[in-house]
Design a protein around this ligand. Structure first.
Ligand SMILES: Nc1ncnc2c1ncn2[C@@H]1O[C@H](COP(=O)(O)OP(=O)(O)OP(=O)(O)O)[C@@H](O)[C@H]1O
Length: 301
């Protein structure tokens, strides 16, 4: 089967500004994929190109093998990109019935999707009376009307309070467990960490890492306290390259797998460097994210 999402060499320029640059990314069937990056990184632009709402400057997107404009491109896709437009004085249920009629999906899905997003009890209330979290869940319900195989959500928890966020996370997990492939964007690391199988990190329009959350966290660093630190740093750079070596608080941080520790130690001692400490530095995911998105370390194998 063709992957739900395949993005190759995708770029988008707005005048002098490059919003997305040479992006490659694949979302596999059945996974919940988190597209993670700070504000302005190019997430929405990418999702809009995927849906055919804007044209790429170069590169390609395919959804289940079909490019925008080709038959069936969005047949199996539900998306919540911009806040959906609902009628404030209609109930949630009536809003969905209307959308189902426009979309030609038939009203039979309305109770199903209301149940999926846990809004059945409040379905008769006016949309205007909904909390932000309920509005957002109704948006997801609308995206689910045509029973999509791929659901695309742009910042689904944006603006929600902690309870609303938790509800939305639970909903996305349920959908993923039910076999729906989900691609969601977020600038919140904690969020993708809790619900995603894999994460692609985007910074300034470029994909800087793609892996499972566990792997991302597993990009541990070796911390080496050594004297003189300058000589230690040049030995390490000669071994691993400049981008894997940093000096932090007077100690070396090496973005290399832990099993390289003895090789590091031997090379430093050979070079006449005194090593007083060499240990694995546990890396907080927040640190990893900051390093990845601030032009520091890139992908650490
Ligand atoms: N229509 C447009 N014209 C000009 N520049 C644009 C346009 N749309 C987006 N941009 C710029 O492209 C860059 C990426 O924007 P984008 O909205 O894709 O980022 P994002 O990762 O979704 O961030 P956010 O979470 O803030 O929405 C930004 O610098 C933005 O200002």
């Amino acid at each position: 089967m063709k992957p739900p999402v395949q993005i190759e060499g995708l770029s988008k320029r707005y005048g002098g500004l490059t919003a997305v640059q040479d992006l490659d990314l694949t979302v596999r069937a059945g996974e919940v994929y988190g597209f993670l990056g700070p504000n302005g990184a190019g997430k929405t632009t990418t999702l809009r190109m995927l849906l055919g709402l804007i044209r790429p400057t170069s590169g390609q997107v395919r959804v289940f093998g079909a490019r925008p404009g080709e038959p069936g491109h969005l047949r199996s896709v539900g998306a919540l990109i911009e806040g959906p437009a609902f009628y404030p004085y209609l109930s949630g249920r009536d809003n969905l019935r209307l959308l189902a009629r426009y979309a030609g999906t038939g009203a039979h899905r309305v109770p199903v999707v209301l149940d999926l997003v846990d809004l059945t009890d409040r379905a008769g209330d006016r949309y205007a009376a909904y909390s932000l979290g309920m509005k957002q869940r109704l948006g997801v319900a609308a995206a689910l009307l045509k029973d999509p195989r791929l659901l695309i959500l742009d910042e689904p928890t944006n603006g929600l309070d902690p309870a609303g966020m938790a509800d939305m996370r639970a909903l996305i997990r349920r959908l993923g467990a039910g076999g729906c492939t989900v691609l969601l964007s977020s600038h919140l690391l904690g969020e993708v960490q809790q619900i995603c199988d894999r994460v692609g990190v985007i910074s300034k329009g470029r994909l800087v890492a793609e892996s499972s959350v566990a792997e991302l966290r597993g990009t541990a660093a070796l911390r080496v306290v050594a004297e003189p630190v300058d000589r230690a740093a040049s030995v390490a750079r000669a071994l691993f390259g400049d981008d894997r070596v940093r000096v932090v608080d007077g100690a070396l941080e090496l973005a290399v797998p832990p099993e390289r520790a003895s090789a590091v130690n031997a090379a430093l001692v050979d070079a006449g460097v005194a090593v007083s400490e060499l240990r694995l530095r546990e890396r907080d995911l927040e640190d990893v994210f900051l390093e990845l998105t601030s032009g520091g370390l890139t992908h650490v194998a």
